[in-house]
Design a binder for this molecule. Structure first.
Ligand code: F6R
Length: 613
């Protein structure tokens, strides 16, 4: 979604801001803009299009002496919500006086009413955005103290925001504020940088402050002064980011998605590191901060998430029920938050989110906490809002995931869920011996994934056969059903082929009507329980002339004759099989999208972190 960068310091603000925006490009956007303060004037350039277009405009408009001199500014990439992508709707926006400028992430829900009130006072608006209304409101309260004006205006605002505001009269400070939309402040040597995402900061410093909701901060080159919504100073811890700028670069791969697919053996190794206890046959998950006795007292698990994280949760249900004998429900986070869910004192709510910022998942966390549930976060981004608000949880340690399509986060989510289920199982009904055996299986996961990656060329060949398809079905049963859904999601989001993930048994209750020789079916025929029923379902598809691709277990020769093409995955247990299978489906989708020449890392209409409802 939208990206914010702000800079004040001794370097050229233009260079730092443009560099920061490039780091945020992966989030998905349609317009870009920049505002700088120099010699008591605001300079603003913005338009629809890419950051490189903005860069060209900056270089064509501001000469080198000017660009070098400018030490303060704010910049933005916009993902349209209110008003289509145009120069007028792009950020930064200015107030009525034209002396204040602001960039905004989030949605001002009561903007229409505020706009009417301001218009009645003579304000004239240049855009269709909710954001412009907010800077006009700040301007209405401005009497020389920017922070006071921001605090006063925000009291009238309903909705979500991460904002950075500058004034032509204050060339030494940026005022920022957040509610429901993340902001991180990086503290450098004689410079301070603020951004909506830490990846725009790490090239400059790894010392960061994560702002909380309702925080307001005054940023100068000396650092940041954080205040609460009433303009009273509060203290916020300084954290150290443990990955460097190189981790957020493509490293020779054509796309971030491909790099992240191939990083999975290492990412999974990092997820597992130090977390399996071979002596006790359990997992060590200190972030859960719960004793075996407390874990044994949990009666039900409710998993919430969106998209790929939701699919991970659906696989997790099989793990928790099988290993821990624990009733488990999985809910789309938006559904959960608006449904007045019933929460019992012995429930544990597990919120799964790669970014830790997804608006619906965050709201579900807040609802569950409000109702007294024990809430645990499974996040990848360290210091993210969900990670902080849950207060207890397990980090994935997958490293930064830049490609919009989630890959390594998904497989690490599965690995972490499996370890959680093992731990809960050992607190309840699993014997030490069984725990040791499951731990041994979990340890093989990185190697299983390596073997799938070694078969990349074969998957390219299969992808070539089907890259022109218009529709696709992905079928699975048991824990492979959510894997099929995830496979279909990957294909549709990056290749724009209509794909449906279906339970194989459900096909004949309707969707089978769609099958013909133009609709390929990709079936999870792994050699695990339910395989024979899957084979029958595939026969039903073939009888309707659908081309069929089977994900099959290496060495399972019986099944091969039942499909037109095969994708092999190594032999492994049903518990670990979802992980190598998901990797094979990621590669398949990636290659189909590449053959179709799709913008894989930034698919149309999508954003990496969905911070609006
Ligand atoms: C799909 C994808 C999305 C995310 C979803 C939730 O490839 O990435 O479906 O999984 O937006 O995001 P997080 O996990 O950050 O909460």
């Amino acid at each position: 979604m939208c990206g914010i960068v702000g800079y004040v310091g001794s370097k050229s603000a233009c260079d730092v801001l443009l560099g920061g925006l490039k780091r945020l490009e992966y989030r998905g956007y349609d317009s870009a803009g920049i505002a700088v303060v120099e010699s008591g004037q605001l300079g603003i350039l913005k338009d629809k299009g890419k950051v490189r277009d903005l860069e060209q405009t900056v270089y064509a408009t501001w000469d080198e002496t000017f660009r070098r001199r400018v030490g303060l500014g704010i910049a933005h990439t916009r993902w349209a919500t209110h008003g289509s992508p145009t120069a007028a709707n792009a950020h930064p926006h200015t107030d009525q006086s034209g002396r204040l400028a602001m960039v905004h992430n989030g949605i001002i829900e009561n903007y229409a009413a505020l706009k009417q009130q301001l218009a009645a006072k003579g304000h004239r608006f240049l855009s269709q955005t909710d954001s412009e209304v907010l800077i006009h409101l700040i301007g209405e309260f401005y009497q020389g103290n920017l922070c006071e004006a921001v605090c006063a205006a925000l009291k009238h605002v309903e909705g979500t925001y991460g904002i950075a505001v500058v004034s032509a009269d204050a060339p030494e400070a940026i005022v920022v504020a957040r509610k429901g939309s993340p902001l991180v402040i990086g503290l450098g040597e004689n410079e301070t940088i603020v951004a909506s995402d830490v990846s725009a900061i790490i090239a400059h410093t790894r010392q960061v402050i994560y702002l909380d909701d309702d925080d307001v901060a005054i940023i100068t080159r000396a650092g940041a002064e954080v205040r609460n919504a009433h303009n009273v100073p509060v203290s916020r811890a300084v954290a150290n980011v443990d990955w460097d700028a190189g981790a957020a670069e493509k490293g020779g791969y054509e796309h971030f998605m491909l790099k992240e697919i191939f990083e999975q053996p290492d990412a999974l190794q990092n997820s597992l590191r130090g977390r399996l206890d071979p002596a006790m046959g359990t997992a060590i998950l200190s972030g859960l901060a719960l004793s075996p006795r407390e874990l044994a007292g949990i009666r039900r698990i409710v998993i919430v998430g969106c998209g790929t994280s939701l699919h991970a949760g659906m696989v997790g249900k099989y793990y928790f029920e099988e290993l821990a004998g624990m009733p488990t429900e999985v809910e789309q986070a938006a559904e959960y938050r608006y449904r007045n869910p019933i929460i019992q004192p012995e429930d544990m709510v597990v919120a799964i989110s790669q970014s830790g910022e997804t608006a619906d998942t965050l709201a579900a966390v807040r609802e569950a906490k409000q109702k007294g549930a024990l809430v645990v976060g499974l996040c990848n981004v360290v210091g993210s809002t969900i990670a902080r608000e849950t207060g207890r949880g397990i980090y994935l340690h997958a490293g930064p995931e830049i490609g919009v399509a989630s890959t390594k986060a998904f497989t690490c989510q599965l690995a972490v869920l499996l370890m959680m289920a093992l731990k809960l199982g050992r607190c309840r009904r699993l014997s030490r011996q069984t725990g040791i055996e499951i731990g041994d299986e979990i340890r093989t996961i990185p190697d299983l994934v390596k073997r799938v990656l070694a078969g990349n060329d074969e998957i390219v060949r299969v992808a070539q056969q089907y890259a022109t398809a218009r529709d696709f079905f992905f079928l699975g049963r048991g824990c492979m059903y959510p894997v099929a859904m995830e496979g279909a999601l990957k294909l549709k989001e990056i290749s724009y082929i209509h794909a449906e993930g279906y339970h194989a048994a459900e096909l004949k209750h309707g969707p089978i009507a769609l099958l013909d020789d133009q609709v390929p079916v990709l079936a999870m025929l792994n050699d695990i329980a339910g395989r024979d029923k899957m084979v029958s379902n595939v026969q039903e598809c073939r009888a309707r002339h659908a081309p069929t691709i089977g994900v099959v277990t290496e060495g399972d020769t019986d099944v091969v004759q039942n499909v037109d093409e095969i994708i092999r995955i190594p032999r492994c247990s049903h518990l670990t099989a979802p992980i190598p299978t998901a990797v094979a489906l990621q590669l398949f989708s990636y290659h189909v999208a590449r053959i179709r020449n799709c913008p894989i890392d930034q698919p149309r209409n999508l954003a990496k972190s969905v911070t609006v409802e």
